[in-house]
Design a protein around this ligand. Structure first.
Ligand code: ASP
Length: 338
């Protein structure tokens, strides 16, 4: 019998209808009351650190969740976090950086429909999550949703209404769960060596700037005082426009000379960036000290930047931390590419 801690945080799974729309109302113990069959394989305790629509969840909540796991890490065999779907991919990625090398599973789940409706994905998702968190092969941070188990750094909410809301981006699913059976595609627990490591610092002064045709690079000048790093969601495999009163290139020089992090990413969901391909990317890559997200998701790139900048301000150390693979987050690395 496994001991699982259920950490409830709100989201649609725990929401009820009000005149102002859906609001989290169902408490942690109540959630469990809607699920049958889990007592055959686990015992569950519950905690409720906050009760929010995940639109309102940010860095301090990620630190709170990591602390909730850290405080009780020795007591439990696995952890299930019930969370809203809207920012779930950010939370799962952030937890992947805040809790590294965990031999125990930390599962993030939620639902597209409240758990008290007659037709809902919530009961299946919660039961699947408790089952996955009780499996001796499971480890590290993952999302369990719609019968799919996705590495915490690889998930993206791609559908706003369907039950299969989350996809695994540029990486296979870790497992699938069908009719209560878990089929592992990535069964690699033997690679976890040494103790779990918890981190306690994030730097949230990260800007994500999505390019649109015609945008002037001067925008980066206006935002310069407010951020310690910028992630530029550029087009295709990656490049920067050369037009405008104040070209992006000049602004990037200012940011990197000022010791700020500049990371190039792509607004294309699948297959990632590769700035070496076109002149609009290659020349920038060669002339400025910037980094590249390659095959990482934007959610992972944003939260990894926050985590890495929370640990160091030294550009070389930052680069080393950013390109070190954590929870399957990056396959292409500069060593392979440069
Ligand atoms: N707005 C909700 C939330 O993210 C959506 C959901 O949970 O599906 O909390």
């Amino acid at each position: 019998m496994k001991n699982i801690l259920l950490i409830a945080t709100g989201g649609t799974i725990a929401s009820g209808y009000t005149r102002e729309g859906l609001v989290p109302t169902i408490a942690a113990e109540e959630l469990l009351g809607y699920v049958e069959g889990y007592r055959e394989f686990c015992r569950v305790d519950v905690v409720q650190p906050f009760h929010l629509d995940s639109t309102n969840v940010c860095g301090r909540h990620w630190l709170q969740l990591a602390a909730a796991v850290e405080e009780r890490y020795e007591e439990y065999d696995g952890f299930v976090i019930c969370h809203g779907t809207d920012t779930m991919a950010f939370t799962a990625a952030a937890l992947s950086y805040l809790i590294q090398n965990a031999a125990k599973p930390i599962v993030v789940t939620g639902a597209q429909k409240p758990i008290d409706l007659p037709v809902t994905d919530a009961r299946t998702n919660l039961l699947d999550s408790l089952r996955f968190a009780s499996d001796p092969r499971a480890h590290g941070v993952s999302i369990v949703f719609g019968g799919n188990v996705i590495a915490g750094t690889r998930a993206k909410k791609e559908r706003s209404k369907s039950y299969n809301a989350f996809s695994s981006i540029n990486f296979p699913s870790v497992a699938v769960i069908q009719d209560g059976r878990i089929l592992f595609y990535i069964d690699d627990k033997d690679r976890v060596k040494g103790p779990v490591v918890f981190y306690h610092e994030l730097n949230q002064r990260i800007l994500l700037l999505k390019l649109v045709p015609g945008m002037d690079g001067g925008i980066l000048g206006h935002l310069y005082p407010y951020y310690d790093g910028v992630i530029i969601e550029s087009f295709g495999v990656g490049g920067l426009p050369e037009y405008g009163e104040r070209p992006f290139q000049e602004e990037i020089r200012r940011w990197t000379d000022g010791g700020k992090m500049v990371l190039m990413a792509t607004q294309v969901t699948h297959e990632g960036s590769d700035m070496e391909v076109y002149r609009v990317g290659k020349v920038i890559k060669e002339n400025y000290k910037l980094m590249e997200a390659y095959d990482m998701t934007l959610e992972a790139a944003v939260t990894k930047a926050m985590w890495a900048l929370g640990q160091t301000e030294d550009p070389d150390e930052l680069r080393r931390l950013f390109y070190r693979t954590v929870n399957h987050d990056i396959l292409l690395t500069p060593q392979q590419n440069d």
